[in-house]
Design a protein. Structure first.
Lengths: 240, 118
């Protein structure tokens, strides 16, 4: 090897491409995710575990819906709104979807500006993302209040199968909680970016370690995941 | 000292790797909007049956793929990470198959013993 070995954990030998390279990466006595930092790898693994949580919720919903003898309430009608005299099916959910997708777009751009070390634009885009997220949660609160006023409860509802309420509150409630925590996470990181912590190498309050702009990407991973889960909820719960 | 070098090396790797033109993100953003609009229209026009379900699933998978591949940068990650994250959720499909069969059985017994009296 003529190239100097800078990092004993990183790649020092040329890897075969494709599946042979995959097997080589996973072979013993080495770091598997070569150029992926631990922060990012661990966020991915957390998101994997969260995938199973939401996967099980959607599965439970599927099982409940398939096994009930009572007809399932029609989500298209349940979530319809009258706007300006016109009856629009699922309109609030559609708007919520667009809001969340927009927040993902601004988040992706924030990551991009973060790696360019443009702290003002990064912080501004992250705050915009948090604002979209808060809007989403606000609209969800409106949706919940409306349904509760109409008599939807975890144990029953006026339109059909009793499991509708419990599935709805469980799935959207858990997702809304994720969005809320995401907003808090975004605000914390945006503050650090705005203050220039990653330019001045200021040490963290809790860990006493210097942060890097990579935390913007890690926050972004979480945020995009929340959007991703919504894609599945939108398809399976609202449209099915 | 060596530790600092390691960090510097890692840093340069990342800045090189996950730097993509803003245009790409705007394009994906637009595509996600269009796909969401399409899946909303499936409901708006009241399509039913297999056409509805297949369209919903196609739009869902396209949206999920775009988010994971571009927004979450999975398309540019190492194969070792891609497989570690993408393969395990596929096992949920086995669980789905189990629960479909179980739910059908529960529905069958409910219809047999309870629904007759209603």
């Amino acid at each position: 090897m003529s190239a100097p070995i800078k990092n004993p954990a990183a790649e020092t030998l040329p890897r075969p491409p494709g599946l042979a390279g995959l097997a080589a990466d996973w072979a013993s006595d080495q770091r598997t995710f070569k150029n992926v930092s631990w922060g990012k790898a661990m966020m991915w693994i957390f998101l994997l575990s969260d995938t199973f949580v939401f996967g099980c919720f959607l599965l439970a919903y599927m099982a409940a819906r398939m096994a009930t003898t009572v007809p399932w309430p029609n989500p298209s009608e349940v979530f319809a709104l009258e706007i300006g005299g016109t009856h629009l099916p699922l309109i609030l959910i559609a708007i919520m979807t667009f809001v969340l997708i927009s927040s993902s777009g601004t988040m992706a751009m924030a990551v991009n500006y973060g790696y360019r070390r443009d702290r003002r634009k990064t912080a501004a885009l992250m705050l915009l993302t948090a604002l979209f997220g808060a809007t989403f949660v606000g609209m969800q609160a409106f949706e919940w209040s409306k349904l509760i006023a109409e008599g939807v409860r975890p144990w029953g509802n006026p339109w059909g199968a009793a499991q509708f309420g419990s599935s709805f509150f469980m799935i959207t409630g858990f997702h809304g909680t994720h969005v809320t925590f995401g907003v808090i996470f975004l605000l914390i990181v945006a503050r650090k970016v705005w203050r220039g912590d990653f330019d001045t190498e200021r040490r963290g309050f809790f860990t006493s370690r210097k942060g890097r702009y990579e935390i913007v990407e890690i926050t972004g991973l979480y945020w995009h995941f929340v959007d991703l889960v919504w894609v599945f909820i939108f398809a399976f719960f609202y449209l099915w | 000292m060596a530790h600092a070098e390691v960090h510097a090396a890692q840093h340069s790797v990342h800045t090189e790797q996950q730097q993509h033109p803003i245009k790409l993100y705007l394009l994906v953003w637009g595509l996600l909007f269009v796909l969401s609009a399409f899946s909303y229209l499936v409901d708006y026009f009241g399509l039913q049956g297999y056409l509805r379900w297949s369209l919903i699933l196609i739009f869902m998978m396209l949206k999920a793929g775009l988010i994971v591949a571009v927004f979450m940068h999975m398309a540019w990650e190492r194969l070792a990470l891609i497989y570690a994250i993408i393969l395990p959720p596929l096992l949920v499909l086995v669980f789905v198959a189990l629960m479909v069969s179980e739910s059908n059985y529960i529905l069958f017994t409910r219809q047999l013993f309870f629904a007759g009296g209603e």
